[in-house]
Design a protein around this ligand. Structure first.
Ligand SMILES: Cc1ncc(C[n+]2csc(CCOP(=O)(O)OP(=O)(O)O)c2C)c(N)n1
Length: 391
């Protein structure tokens, strides 16, 4: 069994090695100046070792973000990618039934999770996410094994008790509403929690994510209406991750509007388009829009250009598209060239998470699947448990 897992465990490191040949000679610069930069955010234990030996850089090249923060973002992007590649391997090894997820969306999802006000209740931000949100959950602090348990349908999966697809998270302790398989229903739901947050008066916001094709659904249009009524505007950050496809249907030919963000303008919603493959641009834009929403109580819209690096889902093979831009590897190259991280240090981060992913898979294998007796748990009609056998 252990041998089977280690054979599967080489892909993310291989991708990284393949891209290494394109690194510039600057990559070998020594980063030997001590730095005590603090990001003011919770540091993953893994990043502490690396922040000791970082070189002084011109932070304006990195949007003014501190070196400590850049290293945290890189660490979490790698963690999320290794995890996604682990769950794809689990699917391909026949240990899971269906994969869908967010490799290619790390440069947006990680900053989103880092910038939100995390916690339970109306004083904190609410998340209404879609099935490509693993990076955001990783940034919030989800352990890798909880994504693996969901993928392997284990009863220990904290999101669904092993009853839903990969990527369909639910974490009440962080106001993460259940991810739904029907696309787009999360958009009007976000207006609901934003309405409650506005009444409670803590300047908390509701955040919603979804895909470009889903914007054809009426639920998307409803969220533009409900969030922007004059005098009743809602504190909601509406985002659309535009990867250019809805399963196999290309964006071109399906949209009369030039940018999806233009639709928000018709409702007087402040809106912008960003490059979601750049974690610095994403971080700065999300920060600015969150500050605007907290200050004004009004909605803001971000269309985020991202990459669908492994296709739509296991339904179309879940194979890596090597011709596409890889935000994790490109960001890593940039940090190495600037001397913020050494190549060997970056490699050890990939290895550390590879080991964590393999161990998570081995542990989840020992855990039980849900039983038929529990199928009606947490299923309700009106306020009653929906087990028809008890009526
Ligand atoms: C209401 C509804 N209609 C259709 C589907 C089938 N479906 C699942 S994913 C998907 C494509 C969504 O594309 P997009 O919104 O661009 O998001 P992406 O998957 O590309 O991130 C469709 C049509 C669904 N899940 N729910």
């Amino acid at each position: 069994m252990a041998q089977k897992v280690s054979q599967q465990g080489s892909r993310s490191l291989k991708n990284r090695t393949d891209s290494k040949s394109t690194l510039s000679s600057k990559s070998n610069k020594k980063g030997d100046t001590k730095s005590k930069t603090k990001a003011g955010l919770v540091k993953p234990a893994s990043s502490q070792l690396r922040t000791k030996k970082i070189k002084k850089i011109n932070t304006s090249d990195f949007g003014g973000l501190s070196q400590g923060l850049l290293l945290i973002i890189h660490d979490l992007m790698v963690k999320s990618r290794v995890l996604e590649e682990r769950v794809i391997k689990i699917y391909k090894a026949g240990e899971g039934y269906f994969w869908i997820g967010g490799p290619g969306e790390e440069a947006f999802g990680i900053p989103l999770g880092l910038l939100a006000r995390k916690g339970q209740g109306l004083a904190n931000d609410w998340f209404h996410l879609h099935y490509r949100c693993t990076p955001t959950l990783i940034a919030l602090g989800m352990p890798m094994i909880d994504a693996v348990r969901l993928m392997m349908n284990r009863v220990t999966d904290p999101s669904t008790g092993g009853r839903n697809f990969a990527g369909h998270y639910c974490f009440p302790k962080w106001n993460v509403a259940p991810v739904t398989s029907p696309i787009e229903v999360q958009y009007p739901l976000a207006c609901g929690t934003a309405h409650a947050q506005k009444r409670a008066g803590f300047n908390a916001i509701s955040i919603v994510t979804g895909g470009d094709a889903g914007t054809a659904e009426g639920d998307f249009a409803s969220s533009l209406v409900w969030s922007s009524r004059k005098g009743n505007e809602l504190p909601v950050l509406i985002t659309v991750q535009n990867n250019g496809f809805g399963i196999s249907t290309p964006f071109d030919g399906q949209h009369g509007e030039t940018q999806i963000a233009d639709r928000a303008k018709a409702f007087n919603i402040r809106s912008r388009v960003i490059n979601g493959n750049d974690p610095i641009e994403s971080y700065l834009a999300i920060k600015e829009e969150m500050e605007y929403i907290r200050k004004t109580g009004k909605p803001s819209f971000i269309e985020v250009k991202v990459t669908r690096l492994y296709g739509h889902s296991s339904a179309d093979g879940a194979n890596r598209k090597n011709e596409l831009f890889d935000s994790v590897l490109e960001f890593e190259k940039k940090l190495i060239s600037a001397g913020i991280i050494k190549d060997i240090e970056a490699k050890s981060i990939w290895e550390k998470y590879e080991i964590e992913g393999v161990q998570a898979q081995e542990k989840a294998r020992t855990e039980p699947s849900p039983t038929s007796q529990s199928v009606w748990d947490h299923v309700f009609v009106d306020n009653e448990n929906a087990d028809w056998r008890k009526f």
